[in-house]
Design a protein around this ligand. Structure first.
Ligand code: GAR
Length: 188
């Protein structure tokens, strides 16, 4: 059995797509969701879909070893970031080498970095006059959005598209592809 921990702190639409994709899978299961925002909608998603959700503080992640110990004790094979905006500390990176992945709502290396998330990314893409955007799934390293790219998928931007239109197109790609890429990583 391969075990996934999803780190999420937003709406949880990717977490939901991933959990639903692996429901009934005998070899891969979502062990836990780790969330840093007590108001995040992902907490409801976890409750609805019966996945344990662990709420953490900065102290838990950066100073104490509880999270690290919890992930090790849960035999986690892959940490999947799905809208988790805090930088992952070095101790987790070294405990899970090449076993932490992230999804970014644009075609890295452009439009990444600290504070580049959600609609800010799509606004920047629009302002840059890009003709296409998409998703990037990448391994994590110690810098925001700079780890090795595992997968990208593009979508066209129409001249009338708003940031919200782009967001809808990008999220559709995310929900379709993130679960499949996770499965590929865990079964290769
Ligand atoms: C996703 O679009 C993901 O690509 C983005 O946060 C969103 C979370 O949505 N991540 C980043 O921007 C990371 N820099 P969700 O909570 O509905 O899954």
């Amino acid at each position: 059995m391969k075990r996934i921990a999803i780190f999420a702190s937003g709406n949880g639409s990717n977490a939901k797509a991933i959990i639903q994709y692996f429901q009934g899978n005998k070899n891969i299961r979502i062990e836990t969701i780790v969330c840093n925002n007590p108001k995040a909608k992902v907490i409801e998603v976890a409750r609805e879909l019966n996945i344990p959700c662990r709420l953490i503080t900065r102290q838990d992640l950066y100073i104490e070893d509880d999270i690290l110990n919890f992930l090790k004790a849960s035999h986690i094979d892959l940490i999947v970031l799905a809208g988790f905006l805090w930088l992952i500390p070095e101790k987790l990176l070294s405990a899970f080498p090449d076993k932490i992945i992230n999804i970014h709502p644009a075609l890295l290396p452009k439009f990444g970095g600290k504070n580049m998330y959600g609609n800010r990314v799509h606004e920047s893409v629009l302002n840059a006059g890009e003709k296409e955007t998409g998703i990037t799934i990448h391994l994590l390293n110690e810098k925001y959005d700079e780890g090795k790219i595992k997968f990208q998928k593009t979508c066209a931007i129409d001249s009338s598209d708003s940031a919200e239109d782009i967001s809808r197109k990008v999220q559709k790609l995310e929900h379709e592809w993130y679960p499949k890429i996770i499965e590929g990583i865990l079964t290769s």
